[in-house]
Design a protein around this ligand. Structure first.
Ligand code: HEM
Length: 429
């Protein structure tokens, strides 16, 4: 970690170890003495919450893997066996499934916090990019995990997602199909697909853990941003991480775990889909294939465009924009606390993503505002797909127009001279 180490070994054994492997020094400098801005609010507790989520997913996942059988004929039954016969298997599975949902909830809050307070801006670009890599890995891991119970939604989810690649046939004929066959390990989603998804689903969380290590390293070099967006200027602006933030993070983690427990014990299937309690049947496509809630905004973007390749590109492009964010925002002021105009665009952005999520869960042709009738008597008018198009356009406009150019016509509020200034003076900045 950067900065001067303040660790002083006290006992002989500490001195001995410090001269050989200064691991206690590393821990002390990064979680005990680490100088942290003293004005961090609860939005800054989500990094800690996410770390707990990752550990929870790995621990419950490893136990599930002791009983799960990655085979097309046995996977579904093995999951039912975990639910009914394995001691506390139901709890471990529900913790893992709902834990994944809560993990995404936390990561979305964490990302929105970063966007609002400008935490991606110089000098934290690498930290942000590493976060985006983690997010991609999380999506891949969650998608493959969802396939493992081998229910109807697992199976058809795998079919839809892997088929994205076949859109490449429109660029080079044969290329897309070749890639899909390679991904499947055959000519359809089948046992080899399930096997490799299991293997990768087990592997990727450890890769995520490695990238999280880099993420935190990249955080500790420039240090935390804070709600004012003003850089740390003196020792008065910071407090040691322990006990101030260990206690604050600890409290937030407990509240978060209570929410997770509520889902696990009172509504364990609320976020799932009933069709996944039906074993995968390649000969019976469900009426309505929907991904898990945390993918719905992207699913809506995919379906907003009538042409397959364009839809896939729009969807992947929406994530590529996140990677480019540090270079798309040209405003000097970091935190939106002092940018009232940008703040409105941000709020609309969040609402747009939420409504996109709602659209992703509906059928594209579902009519929102009826304007007439089709020859068969069904209503026609402004539909989910039309709304998705408008919202997708806004999503892109936010990154490509608002972030770079809003600074040209916004009136920013006075930014305090230092982190301590708004606390020490009467008027809050
Ligand atoms: C497994 C997932 C993740 C874990 C465990 C994790 C962990 C952390 C931790 C412990 C912190 C410091 C505490 C805090 O600021 O909340 C942090 C900060 C940060 N993270 Fe993450 N993170 C994850 C994913 C992400 C993602 C997906 C992004 C963005 C795409 C991201 C962007 C950031 C940024 C910009 C900061 C600096 C915040 C600031 O100081 O203002 N992180 N992360």
């Amino acid at each position: 970690m950067s900065g001067h180490s303040t660790y002083e070994p006290k006992t002989g054994i500490e001195r001995w170890l410090d001269a050989r492997l200064p691991i206690i020094r590393l821990g002390y400098d990064s979680v005990i003495a680490y100088p942290t801005p003293k004005n961090l609010n609860y939005w800054w507790t989500f990094g800690g919450i996410l770390s707990v989520c990752l550990v929870l997913q790995i621990v419950t996942g490893v136990v599930l893997a002791m009983h799960y059988i990655p085979h097309g004929d046995l996977a579904f039954a093995s999951v039912e066996r975990i639910m009914r016969d394995v001691n506390h298997g139901w709890m471990i599975r529900y913790l893992h499934a709902n834990g994944a949902s809560m993990f995404f909830l936390a990561v979305y809050v964490h990302m929105a916090r970063g966007l609002y307070y400008g935490s991606y801006k110089e000098p934290r670009e690498v930290l942000w990019i590493l976060g985006c890599v983690i997010y991609l890995l999380m999506m891949a891991t969650a998608f493959m995990g969802y396939v493992l119970p081998w229910g109807q939604m697992s199976f058809y989810g795998a079919v839809v997602i892997t088929n994205f690649f076949s859109a490449l046939d429109q660029v080079i004929p044969g290329l897309g199909s070749a890639i899909t066959t390679w991904l499947w390990g055959g000519f359809a989603v089948d046992n080899p697909t399930l096997n490799r998804f299991f293997s990768l689903h087990y592997l990727l969380p450890f890769v995520i853990a490695g990238v999280v290590g880099l993420h935190i390293w990249a955080l500790h070099v420039p240090g935390n941003n804070n709600p004012t967006g003003v850089s740390v200027k003196s020792k008065d602006d910071v407090v040691p991480f322990h006990p101030y933030y260990t206690v604050k993070d600890g409290f937030a983690i407990v509240v978060f775990l209570i929410l997770l427990s509520w889902f696990v014990f009172f509504a364990p299937d609320a976020l799932g889909h009933a069709d996944n309690y039906v074993q995968a049947n390649p000969l019976q496509t469900p009426n309505h294939i929907v991904p898990e809630w945390y993918f719905l905004p992207f699913y809506a973007m995919l379906r907003a465009v009538p042409q397959k390749l364009a839809g896939v590109l729009i969807m992947f492009g929406s994530i590529a924009l996140l990677f480019a964010t540090p270079w798309l925002d040209w405003a000097k002021v970091r935190s939106m606390r002092y940018r009232p105009t940008a703040r409105w665009f941000f709020i609309i952005f969040i609402v747009a993503v939420l409504i996109l999520g709602w659209c992703g869960g509906k059928l594209p042709d579902d009519v929102i505002i009826p304007m007439g009738k089709n020859p068969d008597g069904s209503p026609t008018g402004f539909s989910v797909v039309h709304l998705s198009r408008i919202l997708t356009a806004y999503y892109y406009a936010y990154f490509l127009l608002v972030l770079p150019f809003v600074k040209n016509f916004e009136q920013t509020l006075p930014v305090p001279d230092s982190i301590s200034a708004p606390v020490l003076t009467e008027k809050k900045g």
